[in-house]
Design a protein around this ligand. Structure first.
Ligand code: NAD
Length: 260
């Protein structure tokens, strides 16, 4: 039996990057997986790979996390397929690398809608099913940018700060229903988002050199932490923001992302 047998997990942004590693590991550990992404082709391919390994344990759904209506239909379909959702991984997110004086309301709002509102409305939609099941674990992806921003990331930083704060608030409000909420704070992890932030060889080398471990993280490193928080092993862990950054935050290094 896997560590997550009996769990039903919804993972957003599961078509690329961290979400892929999370969806695959959670399925490997025995969870039924509802994998969603705005990139339907991407997430469909990942689900085909999962189902080759563990037959019929995952479904793929097209999903824009900033839309409440889409959350309602995705959750409805997921519950129809596997029963009440007991794990929610709010992973989908976008980077916004814009200089302070170039930031417009539209850019600000887009990042906030996807990164902050998208996670909140996800919790709001899934929680009734967790209450029905009598158990739940919600894992919200924040970012090292909310701890020590490299500059030029004001809107992204604000959205991830909101993620941390919303997670703490929800942990207090939902504890009595046996629902745990934790935020995960990755440092620099090798994904498409890393490519966007550090597009040239020089930028990548500089990012690498500024790491205390002299390497960036792998998506699977984050997935291991998410699997722990999703499992009953983290029975008494709630309201935390867990850093997984190879000591970048204690070093205080400044990793400058490429700006628009
Ligand atoms: N990679 C890093 O270094 C890093 C560091 C800190 C935090 N994070 C956070 O981790 C999470 C995953 O990042 P990643 O590196 O895997 O990014 P990624 O760009 O590789 O993947 C993000 C996924 O989210 C999807 N997505 C984008 N907008 C969406 C929307 N509106 N609705 C649904 N899906 C949408 C994309 O299609 C993509 O599949 C994000 O929340 C990100 O902010 C990443």
């Amino acid at each position: 039996m896997g560590r997550l047998s009996g769990k039903v997990a919804l993972i957003t942004g599961a078509g690329n990057g961290l979400g892929v590693a999370v969806a695959k590991l959670l399925a490997e550990e025995g969870a039924k997986v509802i994998a969603t992404d705005i990139d339907y082709d991407g997430v469909k391919k990942i689900v085909e790979e999962i189902n080759k390994e563990s037959n019929e344990s995952a479904i793929a759904l097209k999903h824009d996390v900033s839309s409440k209506d889409e959350w309602i239909s995705v959750v409805e379909e997921g519950v129809k397929a596997f029963g009440p959702i007991t794990v929610l991984v709010n992973n989908a997110g976008i980077l916004a690398t814009t200089k302070y004086d170039q930031l417009t309301y539209e850019k600000w709002q887009k990042v906030m809608d996807i990164n902050a509102w998208g996670q909140f409305v996800g919790m709001q939609t899934v929680v009734p099913h967790m209450k029905e099941a009598g158990i739940g674990s919600i894992i919200n992806l924040s970012s090292i940018a909310a701890v020590n921003s490299g500059g030029g990331l004001t809107a992204y930083t604000a959205s991830k700060g909101a993620v941390d704060a919303i997670s703490r608030a929800a942990a207090v409000e939902l504890g009595e229903f046996n629902i745990r909420i934790n935020a995960v704070i990755p440092g620099v992890i090798q994904t498409q988002l890393f490519e966007e932030a550090f597009p040239t060889k020089e930028a990548k080398d500089a990012a690498m050199a500024s790491q205390p471990l002299k390497r960036v993280g792998r998506p699977i490193d984050v997935a291991y932490l998410v699997a722990y928080l999703a499992s009953d092993e983290s029975y008494f862990t709630s309201g935390t923001s867990q850093l997984i950054d190879g000591a970048l935050n204690v070093d205080g290094s400044r990793v400058a992302a490429k700006l628009d």
